[in-house]
Design a protein around this ligand. Structure first.
Ligand code: ATP
Ligand code: MG
Length: 370
């Protein structure tokens, strides 16, 4: 990232001159699944050295569906940080952020909510899909659609350049970009013809972040239709035992009757072959797909066995590292990592809030509480 008119507080300059990454997970379950891995975690791992990375646990947003289960949200939060550590996200290189401890995010959410038309939020396709697939009907709280606005604040509070996410988040990132563009135009005098990538160079508080979609944009769940999700009972978790992984794979149905029946090379099993066998053994994956499509004596049962083995080989080291964290010492480590991350994250988020308030002419000298 190069310099901006707010040079001392430009993106990437709070603690390092590297460009920034922000992304995160909602603690709606005690851990992460294969969809997270191929959709976002792989990119996070790859970006850790070259970017100043902020990984956020959206624990406030977990209250949109679990408001009556605070203990569960707390346990989920700790579980997800354990998975981050188990996968290889490194709190020495990256900053782990707990949303509820970053007050600037809540404040920015309120201001940003004034820049987005209500109907636009309600038309957001990701929200609509979630309402449908999670069976929220008409009962979801006011805060549910509000989380989409909150997510703009999660991201923009860190003024990142890149947001590694799965495809389901694209609509949210688009909304976030719209908010940043509007903010810069309305409050910072950036011309509405200025290209997005030049906004922060021409006086905008916010760089316009870009989504970075994972190797597999949208991994389907073992139900074969919906996106693999923590909340839909269709996920293979990174901490599942080898036996559970195989059991879950064996539950997949394709409707194929025999090994000699030409199979659909785009069905869920073949999507998993692309995701988990092609990555380590492309020629074997190609052969499986050729024989499957031709009905060349390759049964679903055999493919499932190979898939189970490939997935287990991938997640075994993560599972073992997570197991080691399932101790009081492991929990203490997680709490320490959170405390350290919060400290660092608040420095950046408070800088952003100060810049935003100045631009909005609500800079009245800071607050003294108590
Ligand atoms: P929930 O069901 O509670 O919404 P989730 O499984 O969708 O949980 P999130 O915490 O909402 O998980 O998403 C975290 C990140 O992982 C996001 O960047 C999202 O795009 C990505 N992701 C989640 N599921 C998948 C998937 N099946 N394929 C690819 N990326 C995914
Ligand atoms: Mg989700």
């Amino acid at each position: 990232m190069s310099s901006s008119s707010t040079s001392s507080l430009a993106p990437g300059t709070a603690s390092t001159s590297k460009p920034r990454v922000l992304t995160g997970d909602t603690p709606t379950s005690t851990g992460l699944h294969l969809g997270h891995y191929v959709g976002s975690l792989e990119n996070r791992l790859a970006l850790q050295d070259e970017y100043d990375c902020y990984f956020l646990i959206a624990n406030v947003h977990a209250f949109t569906t679990l408001a009556e289960k605070p203990e569960q949200i707390r346990a989920n939060t700790i579980g997800i940080v354990k998975d981050w550590l188990a996968v290889g996200l490194d709190p020495e290189r990256s900053t782990f952020v707990l949303q509820s401890e970053i007050p600037a995010i809540a404040e920015l959410t309120f201001f940003f909510a004034m820049l987005i038309p209500f109907n636009k939020v309600m038309r957001n396709p990701t929200l609509k899909t979630e309402i449908e697939t999670k069976g929220l009907g008409e009962t979801y709280p006011f805060g549910f659609p509000m989380y989409a606005v909150g997510q703009c604040a999660d991201i923009l509070a860190f003024r990142p350049d890149l947001v590694p996410v799965g495809e389901d988040q694209e609509a949210h990132i688009e909304m976030c970009r719209d908010v940043a563009l509007k903010f810069n135009q309305v409050y910072c005098g950036v011309n509405n013809r200025t290209p997005a990538e030049r906004h922060h160079l021409e006086g905008g508080v916010f760089p316009i972040p870009r989504a970075k979609i994972g190797r597999v944009a949208r991994l389907a769940g073992i139900d074969g239709t919906n996106k693999m999700s923590k909340s839909l009972n269709n996920a293979i978790f990174l901490y599942d035992s080898a036996k559970d992984v195989q059991k879950k794979i064996n539950k997949i149905t394709t409707g194929r009757q025999s090994p000699s029946e030409p199979g659909d090379v785009n069905n869920i099993l073949m999507q998993y072959v692309d995701a988990f066998i092609a990555s380590t053994d492309p020629s074997r994956a190609a052969e499986i797909k050729r024989r499957y499509g031709a009905g060349d004596n390759l049964g679903d049962g055999h493919v499932k066995q190979e898939l189970g083995e490939a997935i287990n080989a991938l997640i075994e080291p993560m599972r073992l590292r997570r197991e080691k964290l399932e101790t009081p010492a492991g929990e203490a480590l997680v709490l320490d990592v959170i405390a350290r991350g919060v400290k660092k994250a608040n420095v950046v988020a408070e800088q952003t809030l100060a810049l935003a308030k100045k631009a909005m002419r609500v800079d009245f000298g800071g607050r003294v509480v108590g």
